[in-house]
Design a protein around this ligand. Structure first.
Ligand SMILES: Cc1cc2nc3c(=O)[nH]c(=O)nc-3n(C[C@H](O)[C@H](O)[C@H](O)COP(=O)(O)OP(=O)(O)OC[C@H]3O[C@@H](n4cnc5c(N)ncnc54)[C@H](O)[C@@H]3O)c2cc1C
Length: 533
């Protein structure tokens, strides 16, 4: 039996909805998640959890749980390009295994100055962890379809298929994916670009979740996390799912290929074409999807209604940004809704959600589109598979191009860490300008509006692990402030950190964003009151 009342009703139990439930539930807010599916995703879906998302999982205490998922801990997370998987290797971008990543991150600085490195893992596994943690603090119901909702004067009434009573809530959040009922009910249109046609990742895509038991025995190349085939017959990307035998194969259908006519046998054949050998392929699931979107909704919220994740933006998956952007939406909205519901902030704070996240959605969909253009508009020459000098030359040229592309698409600290909320009403600018942004380089800065510079402290702890769950005042100089329930004080006397932050004090928001910095601690407290509206 579904409850009659809740504070926040979340439509959709994908990554965005589950993460929002965790952020709200941990703050004592009553959140209810309803999802029409029987459970979390069966298909692998997204493949990459970016470093910033991993930092949020660390903040919530389950980054190690996520990093233990997916492939074995010593499995390389390389990105490798082949004509066909059992034929010529064209290029390889080497990346560490999850065991190596955990050690490596404590030694890195500059662009990769971070608490966590990315983790390559299928979304289906991450969703299981998110669900487990969400269920500890919120009410999660799968198998329930939201049909409609009505905005009343001081609450929302939602109708659910098969439920005899409406559910009343203070807020409703649509984390309900690309066909979002909540977005459509509000009449908020997607803007941007759709229907882009490319040789690859621009058109109708066919996904085959499959088991290839002999892949690692019969394919004569070092294992990789991401396998990309580059030939004129069958282009695909195929990430490893468990590092043993499971893969998520995605190809683009040619003009003459009709998805309705593709049966299991044909799906198997498409995978074999990419391998270049008739290895046995067991099909676990098949689906179609469209690549070529870079869409952002015109509104992300108004009054008591908000949307986040794919409901608010649709990506082409190059760059691996869709699910990560969805998680960051939830992180951003979670603390704001909780502050307002607890009476600790004015409802005006909620307007900053759209301001901040819409800007980031436009930024990230634009980057994803650029990667899709770079990969999808680069076409194999007719001789790419020939055993002739022309074939060798074609493969060398393709390898050089794909190596550069791979470095650009899969080494993106600038995108991951460089997202900023300049100009937001929830940021107090100090008049300085941040360093200019670039995809593959990130310059740490405490200029208000961005991620706080990270540091490993002399005792081996991450600076982020010292931050509180709500607001934190990082004190890099002496002060006589006392902590309160609303403000956690972190006192670190470290000249290097003082230089890195460029001020004696920095106010860090609950979503680990610098809200203010300066040399007068009292001004920091005033900024906190002001920013909460
Ligand atoms: C092939 C592929 C590869 C990808 N790779 C990456 C990647 O590497 N990195 C990355 O960041 N992203 C990637 N993505 C994108 C990623 O999968 C999505 O962006 C992500 O799932 C969005 O999460 P979400 O929670 O917003 O929505 P969803 O995961 O779509 O969840 C929405 C939920 O809402 C439920 N729902 C919908 N309507 C209703 C209703 N009326 N009532 C109740 N429930 C409802 C649905 O059942 C669903 O469970 C990839 C996508 C594809 C297709």
């Amino acid at each position: 039996m579904l409850p009659e009342k809740t504070q926040v009703l979340i439509v959709g139990g994908g990554p965005c909805g589950l993460m929002l439930a965790i952020e709200l539930g941990r703050r004592g807010i009553d959140a209810l998640v309803l999802d029409q599916k029987p459970g979390t995703a069966f298909n692998p879906q997204a493949n990459a959890t970016q470093a910033r998302t991993m930092e949020h999982y660390r903040r919530l205490g389950f980054a190690d749980e996520v990093r233990a998922l997916g492939m074995p801990e010593d499995f390389p997370t390389d990105i490798a390009y082949f004509t066909r998987f059992a034929e010529h290797e064209l290029a390889r971008f080497k990346l560490p295994s999850s065991r190596e990543a955990k050690k490596l991150i404590t030694t890195l600085s500059g662009s990769w100055s971070a608490a966590e490195l990315p983790h390559r893992v299928a979304q289906k596994f991450v969703e299981q962890v998110l669900r487990r943690h969400a269920e500890r603090v919120a009410r999660i119901f799968y198998g329930h379809r939201v049909v409609t909702f009505t905005e009343k004067q001081d609450h929302i009434e939602t109708l659910v298929d098969g439920c005899p009573h409406p559910i009343c809530s203070d807020y409703i959040v649509g984390a309900d994916g690309a066909r979002s009922l909540v977005r459509q009910a509000k009449g908020w249109r997607y803007g941007g670009e759709t229907g882009v046609v490319r040789d690859f990742v621009g058109g109708r895509m066919y996904a085959v979740y499959c088991r290839i038991a002999r892949f690692y025995r019969d394919v004569p190349h070092a294992p990789a996390w991401m396998n990309v085939s580059f030939n004129r017959e069958r282009r695909c990307f195929m990430p490893a799912v468990d590092g043993k035998s499971e893969f998520a194969f995605h190809t683009q259908l040619k003009a003459h290929e009709d998805e309705a006519r593709i049966d299991e046998h044909e799906a198997e054949r498409m995978v074999q074409q990419a391998i270049g050998r008739p290895l046995e392929v067991e099909v676990l699931a098949r689906d179609t999807w469209t690549a070529g979107h870079a869409l952002v909704a015109e509104r992300f919220g108004e009054g008591r209604v908000f949307i986040g994740g794919d409901a608010a933006h649709l990506f082409t998956p190059t760059g691996g940004l869709g699910y990560n952007t969805a998680v960051e939406d939830a992180v951003n909205l979670g603390w704001k809704l909780a502050s307002v519901l607890k009476g600790r902030a004015s409802p005006r704070l909620l307007a900053s959600y759209e301001f901040e996240r819409k800007k980031l959605a436009v930024r990230n969909t634009t980057y994803a589109k650029r990667f899709a253009d770079s990969l999808g508009n680069f076409q194999p020459l007719p001789e790419i598979e020939d055993e002739t000098p022309a074939g060798v030359a074609a493969r060398r040229a393709a390898g050089e191009y794909l190596a550069a592309h791979g470095r650009s698409e899969f080494n993106i600290p600038g995108i991951t860490f460089g997202g900023r909320y300049d100009g937001s009403p929830a940021i107090a600018s100090d008049g300085t300008a941040p360093p200019s942004e670039s995809v593959n380089t990130y310059v740490p800065t405490a200029c208000p509006g961005g991620r706080p510079p990270h540091a490993w402290l002399p005792d081996g702890r991450s600076l982020y692990d010292l931050f509180g769950f709500e607001w934190t005042l990082l004190c890099l100089e002496d002060s006589n402030l006392t902590p309160s329930t609303d403000l956690h004080l972190v006192r670190v006397r470290n000249d290097e950190l003082r230089d890195l932050y460029g001020a004696g004090f920095a106010l860090i928001r609950p979503d680990q964003i610098v809200a203010w910095r300066g040399n007068d601690a009292q001004a920091g407290l005033r900024a906190l009151e002001y920013l909460r509206g």
